[in-house]
Write a protein that binds this ligand. Structure first.
Ligand SMILES: *Cc1c(COP(=O)(O)O)cnc(C)c1O
Length: 493
């Protein structure tokens, strides 16, 4: 299996190289040159299989060079989940919720970030790369902790997380600064998320930093969602959800199922598109946006227009105006035209807008549907699910549930992807169900448990008693120096 770049098809790499490099030199994203297909017999055989086995088979189609190691990797990653990594819950008629938040940090990024370190480790071994890979991460909250949990203790890798001082929730900060492990580092930076992100991006292109690290046999890599190693693990749960529906006799084998996905960077829903290309009987992929509805507009109109005001919402992980993974869909719709994709992405960067041809836009609408939810609709949906079905969802999931209600076709079962545990957004959830948040996030967790009987995970309850290991706050200009100091400590271990 070979991969090439969406902006230059001549930039051809193996899967292992795609995982190690993350992004192509000219800024394009690596995509598989062809899509493996599962026969319906093969998909049937997923019924009743443990999640880790399905994951090894699905990912193995893209990374055959790691086929022997994958079962071990998926077992190690998914043993860190509390039971099944992707249980499917029936909420009401023909409406199901796929809970993707039973991992160590209680958000769906765990599904990919618990596995990526192993994929990276295995790929480096294949390529004979003996250096240590250091992953700098700028985070607005969830990704930082998921990366720390994923990489902590994995040999040959290290992770350094920078979060904006005062820019993450107390709970998220406590989750990060109490992370144990020799190969992890966390610091606050003086600035907002964009400042932190810009400082970290600069580190990747800083030649002085690179040569200082090279002397220590350390190289930088990225764990953000454009890495194919983060995308591939997400394809798995579309297959297991379908297999669970068939096994539970909710559908007949071969029936089409719709999926409604709360979208930000477009990685999660793109994985569903890849599952469809691999032979899964997907009906429609419904892209759900919050009021930052640039993606929903794109799907409805064929024009991507990021020239709009950024708005903060109760679903912060979806507050995004430039969705990096969309480039892979645009490349696919263009008939894999790398020059056209490159020019569209250049246009997006320069003018903030580009359009598909009418033909491409039609093709997109044969598979995708879209909608967005206002903040009021999100809160109403949280309340409705709780009051009517006794089922509690977080605001991200509620965006998808609200959009599913508006766009669904009543005859087709719909699976709503649930991307965060309600505990992580307890204050918003309490408000939605007309309870008063306490003003203290940890107390809100307990209050949510009292009101809804939804048990707080132990790892969250215990947070206040854990040792606060990383208490520094640095200036933006000190990010590079801090990375070097961390690298030097790693070298000594
Ligand atoms: C990252 C995230 C999303 C958006 O997923 P994309 O793959 O970026 O579209 C939705 N919900 C939560 C809770 C997330 O953390």
């Amino acid at each position: 299996m070979k991969f090439y770049s969406t902006r230059n098809k001549k930039a051809e790499v193996s899967g292992a190289e795609a995982v190690c490099r993350g992004i192509s030199d000219e800024g394009g994203l690596f995509v598989p040159q062809s899509f493996p297909e599962f026969s319906s017999e093969q998909i049937k055989a997923f019924c009743g299989e443990p999640y880790e086995n399905v994951a090894a088979q699905v990912i193995g189609e893209f990374l055959p060079e790691l086929k022997n190691e994958l079962p071990e990797y998926t077992r190690a990653a998914y043993s860190r989940f509390d039971g099944d990594p992707a249980p499917l819950v029936k909420v009401f008629d023909k409406t199901y919720v796929l809970e993707l938040w039973h991992g160590p940090t209680h958000a769906f990024k765990d599904i990919a970030l618990t596995l990526l370190p192993y994929l990276l480790q295995g790929s480096k071994k294949l390529l004979g790369n003996l250096s240590t890979t250091l992953i700098p991460v700028a985070t607005s909250g969830d990704t930082g902790k998921a990366a720390l949990e994923g990489f902590s203790g994995v040999g040959g890798t290290a992770v350094a997380v920078f979060y904006p001082d005062g820019g993450v929730s107390d709970l998220q900060r406590l989750q990060m600064i109490t992370t144990e492990g020799d190969n992890v580092f966390v610091s606050a930076v003086k600035g907002n998320f964009d400042d932190a992100q810009t400082a970290v991006k600069k580190a990747f292109t800083d030649t002085e930093l690179k040569s200082a690290l090279a002397k220590l046999k350390i190289e930088l890599s990225s764990a953000n969602s454009i890495n194919f190693g983060r995308l591939a693990p997400q394809i798995t749960y579309y297959f297991t959800a379908y297999a669970d529906l068939a096994e539970g006799k909710q559908i007949r084998f071969g029936d089409k199922v719709d999926f409604c996905v709360p979208s930000g960077n477009f990685g999660d829903i793109l994985a569903g598109y890849y599952a469809l290309k691999m032979g899964l009987p997907v009906g429609r992929l419904i892209c759900a946006s919050n009021i930052n509805n640039v993606l929903a507009d794109f799907i409805s109109t064929g024009t991507y227009d990021a020239r709009r005001e950024f708005r903060k919402t109760s679903s912060p992980s979806m507050d995004i105006l430039v969705s990096s993974n969309l480039e892979r869909l645009v490349f696919d719709l263009s008939g894999e035209n790398d020059e056209l994709t490159a020019s569209r992405m250049a246009k997006l960067k320069e003018e903030g807008v580009y359009s598909l041809t009418p033909h491409e836009a039609e093709a997109m609408l044969r598979v995708f549907a879209a909608g967005y939810a206002s903040e009021e609709e999100v809160a109403d949906t949280v309340a409705e699910y709780f009051d009517e079905y006794g089922y509690i969802i977080d605001p991200h999931t509620a965006v998808a549930a609200a959009v599913a209600a508006k766009t669904r076709d009543d005859n087709t079962p719909v699976v709503i992807l649930s991307t965060a545990s309600p505990h992580k957004f307890a204050a918003s959830v309490l408000k939605a169900i007309e309870e008063r948040p306490t003003g203290n996030e940890l107390k809100d967790l307990q209050k949510l448990e009292e009101v809804t009987a939804l048990e707080v995970p132990e790892s969250l309850i215990n947070l206040p008693t854990k040792e606060k290991i990383f208490t520094d706050c640095i200036e933006l200009g000190d990010v590079n120096g801090t990375i070097i100091a961390f690298a030097e400590r790693l070298g000594k271990k």
